[in-house]
Write a protein that binds this ligand. Sequence first.
Ligand SMILES: C[S@@+](CC[C@H](N)C(=O)[O-])C[C@H]1O[C@@H](n2cnc3c(N)ncnc32)[C@H](O)[C@@H]1O
Length: 309
Amino acid sequence: MLEESVDLVLPERALGSAATIVDATFGAGGHTKAILSRQPSGRVIALDADPAAFERAVELSSRYPGRLTAVHANFADLDEALDELGVDGVDGILYDLGLSSIQLADAERGFSFAGDEPLDMRLDPTTGDPTAADLLNTLSERQLADLIHGSGDERFARRIARQIVTRRARSPLRKTSDLVAAILSALPRNASRGKIHPATRTFQALRMAVNHDVERLERSLAAAARRLRPGARAVVISYHSGEDRSVKRVFRRWEHDGLANVITRKPMTPTVEETKANPRSRSAKLRAAERLSAETQSQPEIMEDRGWR
Ligand SMILES: C[S@@+](CC[C@H](N)C(=O)[O-])C[C@H]1O[C@@H](n2cnc3c(N)ncnc32)[C@H](O)[C@@H]1O
């Protein structure tokens, strides 16, 4: 997954040209390191909303003097971040959405339903934004049901919302275990448990609502369209159908407006081997678009859905 996305964001012709690439989701730095090692004189501007990820990027930047710039920012604020650095145009931008395994393992963040953590779920806990607990304890039953159904594709959303409201009347939900208990008690006895944990969809929906994931992605892509130089590519790996739909819609609009060509007619998906090695990649979809200049007539090569082989 990593190699293919780097191949796409850094096409052959950009090699050796000291390209400036934005890694909009630094995480643990896997993509950033791969991009830097591919083009020894190029530069990466690495963003992450998570202060801990930003610290990791700062630490890594000392290994690449002048070539890695770490920025603590939400990618929704891409324009502002680039303005502050005095950078006008970039040669590619990569988004690897969602959470890093480091965030999932952090017992203070509330992203994982495996432990007993405070229900926070903000990518950036230093903001005063509402936490997952704030939403769970203040939204109406109807709003909760819509949220869990809309972003979580959870068919028992109404029952889960009812349980949350019943339980919080006794005592506010504070820990991930409170939410897991509400979810489990809302499911009908004979409900098929499927392959994933019954809390997966509700947790994902809440995290996306807390962090305004889809809205911020769309805002960032709008900025990316302005910043990508002709021939530069936007590459997005998403793990949620709502995010993927949104990327597809934005890229189609770019194409319709003559701004870009879509390179991935169908999203690229991981191979069976890859999902075996990394089960969290099972829902990954990769889409890429190439910025056109007003004069550009040629069509880039269209990649078929051949899996990440
Ligand atoms: C899947 S991880 C990225 C992993 C990374 N590509 C690597 O190779 O290590 C996603 C990262 O994106 C960050 N992130 C998610 N949404 C963001 C946003 N709106 N703005 C900035 N960073 C975001 C998360 O904090 C997380 O660190």
